[in-house]
Design a binder for this molecule. Structure first.
Ligand code: URA
Length: 206
């Protein structure tokens, strides 16, 4: 199937492969113009656990895969510590194009705005519908607010099993890049162990 300039998941796309193919030509917001490619979710076809990040970063944009850069390596370590096999989960993002600004030769991450998150939500919904996970882990505020609404605060409800508008329970936690930004070893270790504890809560409910 060839899709040209779609803005929504086409009704004939039912599984992740078909959705990924369709999303490759998505122009529902302006981010496709500056990004290298759509970075769709990937992982086990009917994973019990789905992890949702914010948006692809520089490495993800170049490689076309979610969570393959520094935040992805930290996530992998945390999953390992929580005894969760990454090959058995499904990993995706709330927004599927990289939003960035140029600083010299570097492309710096810029947070997606509310309109961009909204435009991308049908793809996330379609992924959830296709994968049918038992639990969804929301990594950071963008993912959490995309699913739970703009008033949701990760700081208030992290690590709790909550019901979501999708009818699938969710656990919200921090984004792994916030752990990378910790300024000293002690706070980094504390942030990592809280993150791993949240992932364990999700695993117990998967
Ligand atoms: N940060 C995210 O939120 N997602 C990725 O895929 C990479 C970094």
């Amino acid at each position: 199937m060839r899709y040209q300039r779609v803005a929504q998941p086409p009704p004939e796309a039912h599984n992740v492969e078909q959705l990924k193919e369709a999303a490759a030509s998505c122009q529902a917001c302006d981010l496709w113009r500056e990004a290298t490619q759509t970075v769709f979710g990937e992982g086990a076809e009917h994973a019990r656990m789905m992890l949702v990040g914010e948006q692809p970063g520089d490495q993800e944009d170049l490689q076309g895969k979610p969570f393959v850069g520094p935040a992805g390596r930290l996530l992998e370590r945390a999953l390992d510590e929580a005894e969760i096999d990454r090959r058995r989960v499904y990993v995706t993002n709330a927004v599927k194009h990289f939003r960035w600004t140029r600083r010299g030769k570097r492309r710096l991450h810029e947070k997606p705005n509310a309109g961009q998150v909204r435009a991308c939500r049908p793809w996330l919904e379609a992924e959830i519908e296709a994968v049918k996970p038992r639990i969804i882990v929301l990594l950071g505020a963008t993912a959490a607010q995309s699913v739970m609404g703009p008033a949701f605060r990760v700081s208030k409800q992290r690590g709790e099993v909550l019901s979501s508008p999708f009818g699938i329970p969710v656990v919200a936690t921090v984004h792994p890049s916030s752990i990378l930004r910790a300024t000293d070893d002690e706070s980094r270790e504390a942030a990592m162990s809280s993150f791993v504890a949240d992932l364990r809560v999700a695993a117990r409910n998967a």
